[in-house]
Design a protein around this ligand. Structure first.
Ligand code: GLP
Length: 234
């Protein structure tokens, strides 16, 4: 039974406050929450706001959702660096698990992420939304039963990522937690803001589920909340 909830809030501080407050409420109810967290730009102000209550995170665990491959080790726009800057380095955590796409033994790295997930599942996945409906780096056509994998990015994702890297790097692939484990998370939040996301929100929430729009597969998830600002719901 699908239970997609659409929560629409005024853009700006009100949206950030609502999502950050909901996150802190989840942590208050379940301090040992196991979270899988996206980067991209959309969730960052939420993390900044929630990190003002660092004690809330002390027993929680965080798994990074995805990571670009082939980046220099000191690249500040890597998903790991971004999540550290906005949350992980600002709060105490029981555990933080990043992803190393350039590991010498990538197969072992992928297995170890799956082992982390198998060790208790994901209680809350906080996801962004790609313009093509991707979740993490699960591009259109990704298998719904896929686990953590090395994946090629869609051309529009490669181009869109340039706003993070500003010419320093041009990643064309990455490693992502797979759709199987995102769809199996006990609760999923999708964060989408701005009018540029409005069309893909409609395709994801109001149209039939299809692997061509990975986010639409969440229609069948029992506990999925879409946190939209009003331009994204326009
Ligand atoms: C990126 C990331 C996703 C992210 C999405 C949206 O490519 N791989 O995890 O959620 O695209 O990014 P943004 O929030 O910057 O629009």
């Amino acid at each position: 039974m699908s239970a997609v909830r659409r929560v629409v809030i005024a853009a700006g501080d009100a949206w950030v406050d609502a999502v950050a407050t909901a996150l802190l409420d989840r942590l208050a109810a379940a301090p040992d929450l196991r979270m899988c967290l996206a980067t991209g730009s959309t969730p960052l102000p939420v993390y900044d706001r929630a990190a003002r209550s660092p004690e809330s995170f002390a027993q929680a665990s965080v798994l990074l959702l995805d990571e670009f491959g082939g980046l220099p080790a000191d690249e500040p726009a890597s998903c790991d660096c971004v999540l550290r800057d906005h949350l992980v380095d600002r709060v105490p955590l029981a555990e933080y698990r990043s992803i190393d796409p350039d590991a010498d033994d990538l197969a072992a790295e992928l297995r170890s992420i799956d082992t982390w997930i198998d060790g208790g599942g994901i209680d809350l996945a906080v996801l962004g939304l790609g313009r093509n409906g991707h979740l993490g780096m699960n591009e259109p056509g990704s298998p719904p039963d896929g686990r953590t994998a090395r994946v090629d990015l869609a051309p529009t994702t490669i181009e869109g990522a340039q706003r993070y890297f500003e010419g320093r790097a041009h990643p064309k692939w990455g490693v992502t937690v797979g759709l199987r484990d995102l769809l199996a998370a006990r609760e999923v939040w999708v964060l989408a803001t701005g009018a540029a996301k409005a069309d893909i929100v409609v395709a994801s929430v109001d149209r039939p589920a299809t692997t061509d729009v990975p986010a639409s597969l969440l229609r069948n998830h029992p506990e999925c909340t879409w946190w939209l600002d009003d331009p994204a719901d326009s």
